[in-house]
Design a binder for this molecule. Sequence first.
Ligand code: GTP
Ligand code: MG
Length: 297
Amino acid sequence: MKSGFIAVVGRPNVGKSTLINKLVSEKVAIVSDKSGTTRENIKGILNLKGNQYIFIDTPGIHKPRNLLGSYMTTSAINILSEVDVILFLLDGTESIGNGDIFVMERIKEAKRVPRILALNKIDKIKDATLEIKRNEIKEKLGDFDKYIEISGQYGFGMERLISAIDPFLEDGIIFYPEDMYTDMPTYKIITEIVREKILLKTRDEIPHSVAIEILNVEKRGKGRDKFDINIYVERNSQKGIIIGKNGSLLKEIGIEARADIEKLLGISIYLTLWVKVKDDWRKKKPFLKEMGYVLEK
Ligand SMILES: Nc1nc2c(ncn2[C@@H]2O[C@H](COP(=O)(O)OP(=O)(O)OP(=O)(O)O)[C@@H](O)[C@H]2O)c(=O)[nH]1
Ligand SMILES: [Mg+2]
């Protein structure tokens, strides 16, 4: 029996969360085409052939523009020193830029642990380009303990990825029960479901300006449980957009979120969404603390 903690890191949008969901075969982390989807470290646990792989999904490492951004990037960087393996993910459809080099520098600063480089999204890359990529990686990022090419979305290269990690697992302890695939509490998963629906239906600054909080849960015995959820935005104009014409967008968000929450909980619920404005909340420490976006001491 072996186990290990594997930090999955990289720039925003390279496919970290998609990969972890695929590995764990469960939707642990929300995914979207917008950079900055993941805000916190999230564990996705895979039990395979007696081994336990604890993958840690991390927020994309970027140059922060506010306190929320610093929290996100710092969470990802801090975890680098606490794991057995670092899995650095690159988006194969893009050339290696300053963002990737910045991540590499942070990896080099962390405690030395095995480093695996995974070139992701190869479903979109021609074979001939792969050779060029390999050279570009060597030149710009240096050498890794292992190098693999994968597609998290389509599940290409998952066995090779597991085989690349295997030599670095530690003997002995299994940390989590076999039926546990994440350490995220149910209430957190619920707020993430709502956030995902908004991410998928809005654009520009709105997805980044949204924070979700469960205001109240009323357990009603034989009746349906009632959930009241707050959606915080930073501006009045954003509130209008999320609500939509005659409440149409908020209604759509509610219908889709309720369906997913019901699936998660295995019961029918009532869901009411409230949109509230908190000016510039991403810059305000007390509010970030309330939302859980602060580093543990
Ligand atoms: N073609 C292709 N697209 C992918 C693949 N993996 C992820 N994507 C897409 O890339 C986008 C970003 O995916 P995420 O998994 O949210 O990326 P992330 O690295 O977790 O992003 P952040 O949480 O913002 O740091 C989404 O639109 C995915 O559908 C892949 O293997 N192939
Ligand atoms: Mg993510």
